[in-house]
Ligand binder design. Sequence first.
Ligand code: UTP
Length: 288
Amino acid sequence: MRKVRKAVFPVAGLGTRFLPATKAIPKEMLPIVDRPLIQYAVDEAREAGIEQMIFVTGRGKSAIEDHFDIAFELERTMTDRGKDISILDATRLGPGNCAYVRQQEPLGLGHAIWCARDIVGDEPFAIFLPDEFMWGSPGCMKQMVDAYERLGGNIISVLEVPREQVSSYGVIAPGAQDGTITEVKGLVEKPKVADAPSNLIVSGRYILQPEVMRVLEAQEKGAGGEIQLTDAMARMIGTQPFNAVTFDGRRFDCGAHLGYVEANIAVALERPALREPLRERMRVMLED
Ligand code: UTP
């Protein structure tokens, strides 16, 4: 079985739900406490043994490239002043560990992934949607890679949501279940509640075989007039093994206001220096 060595991070979306914050700053650079969303996703990839990070960017996204580069002036000035720069270690991605490709028009997630086809080449690869913030240990992708090493094929992460929420997401038609693994028999993007095959939604992490690129190449627009990754994956079911892992951890939809605020509180509550003062302030605020 071929190892998952590469990850694609589609970060070319417009982030309209977070305007005006995202007018000049990429959504993926919004911080959860003190680390940007994209940093958590890259750390999760590294933990899962992934070596090369491929970012699909667009106009106005250069802050992401700067974030993973060496900040020479900053590091030099801090060192001269005797300050510890180890906090920056995780932000450096060397030339062998990262690649950037442009999606010239935001034609949809499926199209963004397809833009990375030449760098991905003919090997299985992971996909991370950085605004789906997956918080757990081991991380979501590590749990998926462990499943992949047993099952091969294609693996997606799923989670259960209340049925009335399914219309905002990709939804799976589940087959046989074994612990955290569910066979995927079908996939549908943003179904009506009445038509949804389950309440298990696709949650922003994927391990896919390279054949998906050929399916995307020929693909027409789907829900919302966008080229949908879900539709391409649906066409691969039956030709290759397709399974879902229910993530053992917490997920926050940081593409929406409530999930973003909640993620900040959840992470802050796990920081020893913040936990008690934050609980105290929240107690006071909630009493008002
Ligand atoms: P979203 O559906 O969250 O869209 O994309 P968005 O543009 O980022 O945000 P809103 O809805 O306007 O607020 C899911 C992921 O797919 C990427 C986004 O960057 C995000 O990581 N994406 C989406 C692309 O890279 N290109 C696209 O054409 C669409």
